[in-house]
Design a protein around this ligand. Structure first.
Ligand code: PBG
Length: 329
């Protein structure tokens, strides 16, 4: 590839000036590259701090406009809704997931009414905010049941689609759920509802602060290793993605982000489909707590985000997305 021979070729020539560096730059970020997660909480007039995620808040429905307006103004294409569920609403089967009056359903309706189709709404499909044991599916004898869980995930999907959710994001990692959800959506008149599959979701240690944010951390019994992927594996990610494409996924999520750049690249190069990277809560907390004299190093955040793009991500789910003007110059 290198055709010149020293000193004919000096790569530093093109690095000399800012204009020249900009001219040959291969990757960059714009607000179009972001999905903003929003944590929701019951009650009124709440903008509640999350201890494990400095700078991120839980909003009550009457306050969520604060952050949605910001996202809209910056041109962020989509928000992702996550509910903090009070303990008294959780049970063994996670039935609050299919309560048409739950926090997420109410939020979707309010947002659609106010913002129409100016911004996309994405919702998790999984039971973990609602189960008393903190798992994403139905628990029996210490094991998460697959096919039985899918049945309730279908109901959750249909309900969220009916409320106006644009993009369903199954994050549960049950086998075969994308195909079953797609089939039910089509059968029930939701042909245009998109599916962003968390196809490659690792059983990661980086999710701790999120579980705190949605109130499932202390409840979680054991770990999620019988359904989420083993982080020692990469070939397996290709099998997961191949299946979900066949089952009808529109987009694929790789999660977490920064420790999995190799996986993002692998999936992108093999399948050439929209790949979304999730910069998860543990990454956020690490970067945010890496402060110098109380100042978050914005350049470190920027570098981490561009690394995800460089690896092949089309977009990034990031808790920094509501503060992009501080990060992207
Ligand atoms: C649950 C879900 C998790 C995240 C998004 N959806 C946590 C988990 O699987 O335990 C993690 C997000 C983050 O850490 O930022 N289905």
């Amino acid at each position: 590839m290198i055709t010149g021979k020293f000193p004919n070729l000096r790569l530093r020539r093109s690095r000399r000036y800012d204009w020249s560096r900009r001219l040959i730059e291969e990757n960059n970020l714009s607000s179009n590259d972001f999905i903003l997660p929003i944590f929701l909480i019951d009650g009124k007039n709440k903008k509640q701090k999350i201890q494990s995620m400095p700078g991120v808040f839980r909003y009550s429905l009457d306050k969520m406009n604060l952050v949605i307006d910001k996202a809209l103004k910056k041109g962020i294409p989509m928000i992702a809704l996550f509910p903090y569920t009070e303990k008294k609403k959780k049970n063994f089967l996670g039935t609050e997931a299919i309560n048409e009056n739950n926090l997420v359903c109410n939020a979707i309706q309010l947002i659609k009414k106010k913002y129409k189709n100016e911004i996309g709404i994405m919702c998790d499909v999984a039971l973990d905010p609602y189960t008393s044991h903190g798992h994403d599916g139905l628990l029996k004898d210490g094991y998460i049941l697959n096919d039985e869980t899918i049945k309730i995930l279908i109901d959750q999907s249909l309900l969220q689609a009916q409320m106006g959710c644009d993009v369903l994001a199954p994050s549960d990692m049950m086998d075969g759920r994308i195909g079953e959800i797609r089939k039910s959506l089509d059968k029930n008149g939701f042909k245009m509802t998109q599916i962003l599959s968390y196809a490659v979701k690792y059983a990661s240690n980086f999710y701790g602060p999120f579980r705190d944010a949605v109130g499932s951390k202390r409840l979680l019994k054991g770990n999620k290793k019988t359904y989420q992927m083993d982080y020692k594996n990469s070939d397996e990610s290709l099998r997961e993605v191949a299946l979900d494409i066949k089952e009808g996924a529109d987009m694929i999520m790789v999660k977490p982000g920064l420790p999995y750049l190799d996986i993002i690249k692998l999936v992108k190069e093999n399948f050439r489909l929209p790949v979304i990277a999730y910069q998860v809560s543990g990454e956020y907390s690490l970067l945010t707590n890496g402060v110098y004299k109380g100042i978050v190093n914005k350049n470190i955040v920027l570098e981490s985000l561009i690394a995800l793009k460089r690896a092949g991500a089309n977009a990034i789910v990031s808790y920094y997305a509501d503060r992009l003007d501080q990060i992207i110059k």
